[in-house]
Write a protein that binds this ligand. Structure first.
Ligand SMILES: N[C@@H](CCC(=O)N[C@@H](CS)C(=O)NCC(=O)O)C(=O)O
Length: 103
């Protein structure tokens, strides 16, 4: 799992998740994404008021986790779970991981 604790994130390609390790919803989201085998960026806001403020600014929410896909706000764990259950996450992963066939 890639960990990126740099301050002031720009919207990035791929999956970014703001989280607090003591939070069960955060751990469930981490587990869901880890089970998918997808690389994602984690931003621990448990003890970092600046990063937490950044999360609130980007998401408009105070709860963790907050998840972004290709810079777009997806939501929290409930939203991630629904996104995965609908097949949209697998579809996005297929799109994201598609590799052109060699000629
Ligand atoms: N429905 C939310 C629940 C998340 C939630 O309740 N997180 C707690 C910590 S485990 C939290 O951040 N509470 C503080 C708040 O809501 O501002 C989700 O699925 O992400």
């Amino acid at each position: 799992m890639k960990t990126d604790q740099s301050v002031f994130h720009s919207p990035a390609a791929g999956i970014e998740m703001y989280f607090k390790s003591w939070c069960a919803y955060s751990r469930a989201a981490l587990a869901l994404l880890s089970d998918k085998g997808v690389a994602f960026t984690t931003i621990d806001v448990a003890d970092d008021r600046v990063l937490e403020a950044e999360m609130i600014d980007r998401s408009g929410r105070t709860s963790v986790p907050q998840i972004f896909i290709d810079g777009e706000h997806l939501g929290g764990y409930d939203d991630l779970k629904a996104f995965a259950a609908s097949g949209a996450l697998d579809q996005w992963l297929g799109n994201a991981q598609s590799v052109p066939l060699a000629a």
